[in-house]
Design a protein around this ligand. Structure first.
Ligand code: FUB
Length: 313
């Protein structure tokens, strides 16, 4: 465990920010983490990988909540939503993210609609980051039949700007999508658009703002040399002066991880920036038995991001 350390360097007391021994949970496999800071707690909403050893496809039926008050010691609060939360869904509790709004917490999820095609995006609502959560709409927010939504409808990220306007990004397999949300957080406000500038976008967008600049991290199935084979992805990032873009490509922030998929989120917590992502490092882990990890994230003075140093412990 790496807690906050105090070191004496040349007579100056230097506090090393806390971060976790990675992976942060090893009793189960966890994936697709999305961090959310509320007060003095960092929550991580994540899926659970239930694939058997050697199984070569995802088996995911629930979303769990992890939390920490120091980014070093983590509590697993168990499953707080699952495929059954959505009566219209049947399988595949893929990537998700929770966003506050209207005094509630909205859990945007990738889930496979029953007979409705491939993947949809659902939204559940609860009155705390831990829930309990119930279906907020009674049907998908984004479905295969949503006009102009020919992207794979996975991996929602929601960001609420300082003026209260919320933005939804999602998508997979080369096709990012974006739309505004109405104040009720469960309906689109305006058209679905294809944001420009997200080079080599594959999946897993994560939108946040720092010092007035918008940042989009995403998994890139990359031709630019950041992965050893096209089975893997790295996390690229882009910046924009508007939450709908256009986006300017800035480079790689998180290189290839030990799982083929690469899914990450960012949060500022107790004055330190963190990246939360998954890999295959837990005992018995693999591409379909992934584990959440937390590492420190640093920005340069010009707002660019330093490449993350992945730690194992
Ligand atoms: O966990 C299932 C899918 O794998 C997610 O939706 C993607 O982001 C990738 O991590």
């Amino acid at each position: 465990l790496l807690g906050a350390a105090i070191t004496l360097v040349a007579g100056v007391v230097v506090a090393t920010p806390a971060h976790a021994a990675n992976p942060i949970v090893t009793s189960i496999y966890t994936a697709d983490p999305a961090p959310l800071v509320v007060g003095g707690t960092m929550y991580v909403h994540a899926g659970r990988d239930e694939a058997a050893s050697g199984q070569q496809n995802f088996q995911m039926r629930e979303w769990r909540v992890l939390s920490s008050t120091d980014a070093a010691t983590w509590t697993d609060h168990g499953a707080r939503a699952n495929v059954g939360t959505f009566r219209w869904a049947g399988a595949d509790a893929w990537a998700s993210e929770v966003e506050p709004g209207n005094g509630n917490y909205y859990w945007y999820t990738s889930v496979n609609g029953n007979g409705a095609g491939w993947m949809d995006i659902g939204v559940a609502v609860g009155d705390s980051p831990l829930g309990p959560f119930t279906d907020a709409k009674g049907g998908p927010l984004i479905s295969d039949s949503t006009p102009n939504s020919s992207a794979l409808n996975i991996d929602p990220t929601v960001f609420t700007d300082d003026d209260g306007q919320a933005y939804l990004y999602w998508g997979g397999y080369w096709a990012p999508r974006a739309a505004k949300l109405k104040p009720n957080m469960i309906e689109l406000d305006g058209p679905i658009v294809t944001p420009q500038g997200l080079t080599n976008f594959w999946e897993a967008p994560f939108l946040f703002k720092r010092n007035g600049l918008y940042y989009m991290m995403y998994a890139a199935n990359d031709t630019g040399g950041c992965v050893t084979s096209s089975s893997y992805a790295c996390q690229r990032y882009a910046t924009a002066t508007s939450p709908m873009g256009p986006w300017t490509q800035r480079g790689v922030v998180l290189g290839q991880v030990s799982s083929t998929t690469n899914h990450a989120g960012v949060a500022q917590f107790n004055g330190q920036w963190y990246v939360v992502y998954h890999n295959a490092q837990a005992p018995g882990g693999g591409n379909f038995r992934r584990s959440v990890a937390v590492d420190l994230l640093y920005f340069n003075a010009d707002g660019t991001m330093q490449r993350v140093v992945q730690t194992a412990a």
